[in-house]
Design a protein around this ligand. Sequence first.
Ligand code: IPM
Ligand code: MG
Length: 355
Amino acid sequence: MKKIAVLEGDGIGPEVMQEALKILDIISNKTNIKFNYDKGLVGAAAIDSDGNPFPESTKKLCSNSDAILFGAIGDPKYDNDPKAKVRPEDGLLEMRKFLGLYANVRPVITYDSLLDSSPLKKEIVSGTNFVVYRELTGGIYFGEKSISDDRRSAYDTCFYNIDEIERISHLAFKEAKKRKKELTLVDKANVLDTSRLWREVVQKISISYPEVKVSYLFVDNAAMKIITNPTDFDVILTENMFGDIITDEASVITGSLGMLPSASVGDKISLYEPIHGSYPQAAGKGIANPMAMILSLSMMLDLSFNLKKESEIILKSVEDALKENVVTMDINNKKYLSTSEVGDWISNKVTDYLV
Ligand code: IPM
Ligand code: MG
């Protein structure tokens, strides 16, 4: 029995989660792999009911599970209030730290049928296929920070130790070995000591992976190259804040934001979530694209449970839906279906492929 913690979160989270769970149920019913899932509150939904974006009950649920499926977090009512005492995002950060989810893995791939939606020229973006390994539990997000009582000054500290750099670097090098064997460390080593430490550590580790070609890019330059030469990248490794920024940039150039899943990997447990966020404007309208959530499920089956076949089947079913134009409004605003219609179609495909 595999235990999954299901955290739908805010905005469109619950709607897209429902579609992924349809598929999980099918896999549970049609195979001898049994999944058991329990829902927990997180984010604004949890603040509303418990006053805490990552309540004790959710902590317990996650600690006792084998993997976490996560919808989205965030509510506009907190965004424009710099004095808000508690924010949905605090729950996410605490969850990452508490569960030790130290590596955020975001594949950035293009789908030919969606290239017209890319803000870049087709010939530049076509064939883009890289993955970003973003450090997730250190750096400026978690360093000492303070705002003065008179609110006239503030600071945030960026801190890393060797262990934090090493563990994610090994993951990224191992991934590079399976891919095109190219790893790019993105940093700001011309200015920051933490970046100099990252370079030192990565240079040392690279000796154990002689087949992987390592290059180094300053983050400002990397931000340009992602736009001008996205097909040049294979595996990008970077620290927390730089990773936050370049993963958003990287995801949008594909023209398929609603399609991209991610994993936040820890030693004991990993979390899988779509990267599109809570998209509150679309909540409750049945227009959200469930594909990134469904692909996050596919990533979970592969990475946490080594269910390669089932994972592939989901991937293939989503690709079929794209080919057949079974899509939501974000992908085709002339001819589209609802969130649950797209989910049903993909579920039926998965059912067909499973027998
Ligand atoms: C992300 C998000 C979060 C982050 C926010 C919501 C705290 O942007 O997962 O990339 O900055 O890490
Ligand atoms: Mg982000």
